[in-house]
Design a protein around this ligand. Structure first.
Ligand SMILES: C[S@@+](CC[C@H](N)C(=O)[O-])C[C@H]1O[C@@H](n2cnc3c(N)ncnc32)[C@H](O)[C@@H]1O
Length: 258
């Protein structure tokens, strides 16, 4: 992986150099070079620091990936206006809780949870895909600078680049109140439009009994899994109950309440 800029702008170059140092990733001067040229001569995985999104990620033959908090913004606004959120309800989230998101993705759920647990709470996010982890980590900083209301919400989020099972195996018993998994579905469902942008870059692991065992050990109150019909059956056999199903039955939240 390398990092470059979208133009010769000094501020972008400065940011790319900081980024290069932080992630131990070589910086390459963009000059007049096209992405195709960089893929061919430098590296097939390229981060580009730019003004519009802060940071974009490219791989040859795939579409641009970037962090876009739009869906989370909508949910945060709704919560601030006194509305309810399905994830917060199925997780039984309350102020002061610690929420561990084992499948961070674009952090829409983690941001929502952070808003609900509030100042005294904590959100831990784990993401296996390195490009997505970096995009979200940098994206949260980029948008928090622009949206003052987001600062507190992102400040209590602690992100980790790791495989969630490895992470959980080293986690202490009862390290969180609620542990949440939302693995990629093998078959895309209509409701997952927001995730389309990361589809090419996500890890496609499935949930296993080891995940459940470690999650039940790590969570003080409940483990919640967002799943499709197939996952529903397996989790029901492992003692999970359906907490909420979408009207079209595309997916449901299965919960193990301790
Ligand atoms: C459906 S997305 C999660 C979306 C997320 N709930 C949100 O609000 O944006 C699933 C994410 O889990 C990640 N993932 C898959 N397997 C993982 C693993 N073993 N450990 C950590 N993350 C994993 C994928 O890379 C992907 O980003």
């Amino acid at each position: 992986m390398i990092v470059t800029t979208s133009s010769k702008d000094e501020r972008l170059i400065e940011k790319a150099l900081r980024f290069s140092e932080e992630y131990g990733m070589p910086y390459r001067v963009r000059g007049e070079k096209s992405l195709a040229y960089l893929y061919e001569t430098e590296d097939p995985q390229v981060f580009v620091v730019n003004h519009s999104r802060g940071l974009s990620y490219y791989e040859e033959g795939k579409s641009e990936a970037f962090f876009h908090p739009n869906m989370a913004f909508h949910r945060l606004k709704n919560l601030r206006q006194g509305g309810t959120d399905m994830l917060a309800a199925v997780c039984g989230l309350e102020p002061g809780m610690t929420f561990l998101d084992g499948t961070l993705g674009l952090a829409s759920d983690a941001l929502t949870a952070s808003c609900v647990v509030g100042e005294g709470g904590r959100v831990i996010g784990v993401e296996k895909s390195l490009p997505l982890y970096i995009l979200v980590r940098e994206g949260l900083k980029f948008y928090a600078e622009r949206e003052p209301e987001l600062r507190g919400v992102t400040a209590r989020m602690e992100l980790h680049h790791a495989d969630n099972l490895d992470f959980l195996r080293t986690a202490e018993d009862g390290c969180c109140d609620v542990l949440y998994f939302d693995f990629m579905f093998q078959r895309p469902v209509s409701a997952s439009f927001g995730i389309e942008v990361i589809r090419n870059y996500a890890a496609y692991d499935g949930i296993t009994e080891d995940h459940i065992r470690e999650a039940v050990r790590a969570a003080k109150q409940r483990v919640v899994v967002k799943t499709d019909r197939e996952g529903h059956r397996t989790l029901a056999e492992l003692g999970f109950d359906c907490l909420k199903e979408t009207p079209h039955g595309d997916f449901c939240y299965m919960g193990y309440i301790k």
